[in-house]
Design a protein around this ligand. Structure first.
Ligand code: PHE
Length: 337
């Protein structure tokens, strides 16, 4: 019996415990209910009376040895785990600052524009970025093969000579949404139409192949040029402050007659300059005819403004490319509040 006890003692000492799995294997082998120590105690009955005291003492020593090995190994494994998460021990240690996100300057400018026009009684409409030639040009009174189409360098997605199939383009402006709106809704119409537009232009600090516009359309009986200018001036004041310096001058667009453009004074280190922020005008009767609105009964005004220009002016950004680079160092400067 003494020999058997020594054998168990040796195997306890030689058992290698390097992991939680080893620890559990050790427990099962020695300390569990069916383990070697418990079964050793079960043999006590067959030990001769006069040896019982000595054998019992040895058995107890082995049991204590096994329990001690188990406890020590358990502590050691636990403190090794703790080292991995050592930083948690000292809550006064400095931590890396985390970057909280912010809205893109274009989104912020667009939100302000929307708020202003919602206040003025406009609602918001939407249209596709992939347009057909009819909506982007023809219905807007761009004559076929007329140089007016060259005003807007177009990305053609499908160009065809088949008279029954229309060309497809990435919309060059948001004005085609006017057409979709008037085809679906009888006057009165008073909506703004924000969206992304595309032009095949050289990329420079001032121009990019994509940008954002907000179109506006107001059609009803007796809408006047005076109301158009009043609306645009109101917009400029709400957007840039009541002391904003602006200029309205005559212009040309195929879909409005008469047409105007609005410039806003941009103060900068070099003194300042006039920047064009929008085109506008009275809806041309040919456009009403193309969508089936009675041009004898209704008049209307339309405008289209460049959101990128407006954001650049608002935040003093001098290179449009910064708006599309997604450089976090740039974007971080536009945290609101
Ligand atoms: N669609 C014109 C443009 O790109 C802007 C405009 C809209 C002008 C509505 C007049 C009326 O540039």
């Amino acid at each position: 019996m003494i020999e058997k006890i020594d054998e168990i003692k040796a195997s306890i000492q030689n058992f290698s415990i390097e992991s939680d799995a080893d620890l559990e294997a050790f427990r099962l082998e020695f300390l569990s209910r069916n383990g070697k120590i418990q079964s050793m105690f079960g043999l006590m009955g067959s030990v001769p009376k006069e040896q019982k005291a000595a054998v019992g003492k040895s058995m107890n020593e082995v049991k204590i040895l096994a329990q001690n090995r188990f406890d020590k190994a358990k502590d050691k494994l636990a403190s090794a785990t703790k080292k991995v998460f050592g930083a948690l021990d000292d809550i006064s240690l400095p931590v890396e600052p985390t970057y909280t996100g912010s809205f893109h300057p274009l989104t912020q400018a667009l939100d302000e524009i929307k708020q202003i026009f919602l206040r003025l009684g406009f609602n918001i409409a939407d249209g596709p970025e992939l347009e057909d030639d009819f909506h982007n040009f023809t219905a807007l009174n761009f004559p076929a093969d007329h140089p007016a189409r060259d005003m807007q360098d177009t990305f053609f997605i499908r160009k065809t000579d088949d008279p029954d199939t229309d060309d497809l383009v990435l919309r060059t402006h948001t004005s085609p949404v006017q057409i979709r709106l008037m085809k679906n809704q009888k006057p009165p119409v008073r909506s703004i139409m924000p969206g992304r537009v595309y032009r095949n232009e050289a990329v420079t600090a001032k121009s990019y192949f994509q940008f954002n516009q907000v179109e506006g359309l107001y059609v009803d009986e007796k809408v006047t040029m005076g109301e158009l200018i009043e609306t645009l001036v109101m917009f400029a004041r709400l957007m840039y402050g009541s002391d904003v310096k602006y200029k309205v001058r005559p212009s040309f667009f195929p879909f409005t007659e008469p047409s105007i453009e609005m410039d806003v004074w941009w103060e900068n280190e070099k003194g300042g300059q006039w920047l064009e922020i929008l085109g506008a005008g009275m809806v041309d009767p040919n456009v009403f005819d193309a969508v089936g609105v009675d041009s004898e009964k209704y008049t209307g005004f339309a405008f289209g403004m460049g959101v990128d220009r407006i954001a650049m002016l608002r935040y003093g950004i001098d290179d449009i490319r910064l708006l599309y680079d997604n450089d976090i160092r740039f974007l971080e400067q536009f945290k609101s509040q």
